[in-house]
Write a protein that binds this ligand. Structure first.
Ligand SMILES: Cc1cc2nc3c(=O)[nH]c(=O)nc-3n(C[C@H](O)[C@H](O)[C@H](O)COP(=O)(O)OP(=O)(O)OC[C@H]3O[C@@H](n4cnc5c(N)ncnc54)[C@H](O)[C@@H]3O)c2cc1C
Length: 575
């Protein structure tokens, strides 16, 4: 993260347009990887109010991988429970923190708080944020992207040039249509969201450690903390008879009392009273040439399940490691190309999930309402299912058809105990290292400063005869120094390998990967998703994968230099 200058002829290696949460996270992640980055933003300051205010578990893991999670957690409330009510009947509360992640509690603050923290982090990492710049055009060629902007309506055009451009310019993206990636949004008719951020007094807990959601006749409401001792109350409902304007505090307090059944509920000191309607849709692609969409720029997301910004944070981390490896000459073209299919595909999936959740949430007739009342008694997780998913924390986000995936494990045991496949998130597990209890995750993400490092987990399958194959695998990846081998041993100790040993005598790590009794190799990407797995003896498959994804071995200095962007000013791995 030492280098801030770009190579001659370029203003930055990567230009990011839009300093919302997604653009700022992209910028911070690029700087984390040592890539010079210029952020262009039309606003002269951070928006004063919050839209998104939650960080789910999986996005927290991704933020941790680029050194941002803890600083965001400093200004956030940790949530452990979601309470659901269906037509006044409480359903079983959801222990939302009951997920297998190092960051199981949801963090609640405010988008303005998150953006301010990210601006400080970006500037502290040597990023350049140029405000007051409205991007109006771009042109790309074989060597880079030139972006055109103005600092006011009558101001002259200015230009900046980067090797790549990330468009994080939000739902009304100016760049999306320039790439031919625009789409016609669909509108959910006859419903409206009305909401307020205010101080709340009511007969339930006011501790900022839980959320309340109420399904009521033809509507859905939520009460959640906002940073600074405030609460957000929203009412997503049929708009019949509702004036088409922002609500007053008295109006929203009256609705809140009716929906929650609490006539003591009182709202004071409103920070933001607003109303909105719902267009939704997703771009047909997330990349064109050297330009990549991120966040709302490619996806008008619906306000169901608090997913929009969180999905964009995946984009930010995913594009940053790919650009960084590519600029350093460490990646074959497939790495950058895979972003479009993986993230574009995931946004399309999420969009369908949100539309399903939205229909269940708002467009319910009396029959469905009655059925829900009965179901509430039988289905403990009804509340989250009604949001269109039982994976609100985004732990199951995966890339089942990603072009970086390669599964070479074969045989009946694989069918019987499949374990996580390429494209899926690599699970954590307790292991012992250096005589201390530890976790696999501590050896996966950036433990050595090689921020875009991949991890080769070499499982012995409790078999003493696996020794030779595992040592050969460790040697096989030496030409790609960003691949970090780790021996995961449920059987006898292997001495003398040039790789950390993670003891797994209790078989927890083997179990988590479905590899009990199965010597195997699992290659994990910098984002914590599995790229490749194979039987331990198939070093040929491992080497072929590395060649396909990384290109020629680093030992082949000439080949690497030929692939590296000419004189790219990217600092080497920060170790
Ligand atoms: C009421 C509401 C509640 C929400 N609640 C949640 C929630 O609980 N959880 C959740 O995950 N998501 C939520 N969302 C969605 C979330 O706010 C968005 O997904 C998130 O803001 C997307 O971030 P972004 O950085 O992609 O875009 P934005 O936040 O829209 O940022 C885009 C930035 O680009 C700048 N820009 C735009 N055009 C240009 C240009 N031409 N040149 C230069 N700069 C430009 C803009 O000024 C802006 O700063 C909510 C949205 C709304 C409206």
């Amino acid at each position: 993260m030492t280098r801030t200058a770009a190579s001659p002829g370029y203003d930055a290696e990567v230009i990011v347009v839009g300093a919302g949460p997604v653009g700022l996270t992209t910028g911070c992640a690029l700087r984390h990887h040592g890539v010079s980055c210029l952020l262009l933003e039309q606003r002269t300051e951070v928006k004063a109010y919050s839209r998104a205010n939650n960080l789910w578990a999986r996005p927290q893991e991704l933020l941790a991988s680029v050194g941002l999670r803890d600083v965001l957690a400093e200004n956030a409330y940790a949530i452990h429970t979601i309470n659901f009510f269906v037509n006044g009947t409480p359903t079983a509360p959801i222990p939302i923190a009951d997920v297998a992640s190092p960051y199981p509690k949801v963090l609640y603050s405010g988008q303005d708080v998150i953006e301010r923290t990210l601006v400080s982090a970006f500037e502290a990492r040597g990023g350049r944020l140029d405000r007051g710049c409205t991007v109006i055009d771009l042109a790309q060629d074989e060597a880079g992207v030139t972006v055109v902007f103005r600092r006011g309506e009558d101001a002259p055009d200015e230009r900046r040039r980067g090797r790549y451009l990330v468009a994080a310019d939000g739902a009304r993206s100016a760049i999306r249509p320039l790439l031919g990636l625009d789409f016609a949004p669909e509108r959910f008719a006859n419903c409206m969201n009305r909401q307020v951020d205010a101080r709340l007094s009511w007969r339930r807990s006011m501790e900022p450690d839980q959320l309340w959601f109420f399904y009521y006749e033809r509507g859905f409401a939520g009460v959640m903390p906002v940073w600074g001792g405030y609460h957000r109350l929203f009412f997503l409902a049929d708009d019949t008879g509702v004036p088409d304007r922002d609500p007053t505090l008295d109006e929203i307090q009256a609705v809140a009392r009716e929906v929650t059944g609490d006539d003591t509920l009182t709202l004071t000191d409103p920070q933001w009273l607003t109303h909105s309607r719902f267009d939704h849709g997703v771009s047909p692609g997330y990349a064109r040439g050297r330009v990549f969409l991120a966040g709302d720029a490619g996806h008008l997301s619906l306000p169901v399940g608090g997913q929009g910004m969180n999905a964009g944070l995946h984009d930010a981390v995913e594009i940053a490691w790919r650009l960084s490896m590519t600029l350093r000459g460490e990646a074959a073209p497939v790495v950058l190309e895979s972003y479009d299919g993986e993230r574009g595909g995931e946004h399309a999936r999420l969009s369908a999930q949100q539309a399903r959740g939205f229909r269940w949430t708002v467009y319910r007739g009396p029959v469905t309402d009655a059925a829900l009342g009965l179901a509430a008694k039988a289905l403990p997780n009804l509340g989250s299912l009604l949001q269109g998913t039982d994976d609100m924390q985004q732990m199951a986000v995966a890339y089942p058809t990603g072009s970086l995936n390669e599964d070479r494990l074969s045989g009946l045991t694989t069918l019987l105990r499949p374990g996580p496949k390429p494209g899926e998130r690599a699970p954590d597990a307790e292991v012992t290292a250096g005589g201390e209890t530890s976790t696999l995750f501590r050896f996966l993400t950036n433990p050595d400063g090689w921020t875009t490092g991949w991890t080769l987990l070499c499982f012995d399958g409790r078999s003493p005869s696996a020794r030779g194959a595992l040592l050969a695998a460790v040697d096989a990846v030496v030409p790609w120094p960003w691949v970090r081998p780790r021996l995961v041993l449920a059987g006898p100790m292997i001495e003398g390998a040039d790789a950390p040993v993670l003891s797994d005598l209790d078989g927890r790590a083997h179990g988590a990967y479905g590899l009990e009794g199965r010597p195997a190799l699992v290659l994990v990407r910098p984002d914590g998703h599995i790229g490749f797995r194979a039987d331990a003896g198939r070093i040929d498959h491992l080497v072929a994968y590395c060649r396909r994804v990384f290109g020629p071995a680093a030992g082949d200095a000439e080949a690497i230099a030929a692939r590296r962007e000419p004189t790219a000013a990217v600092s080497g791995p920060a170790h």
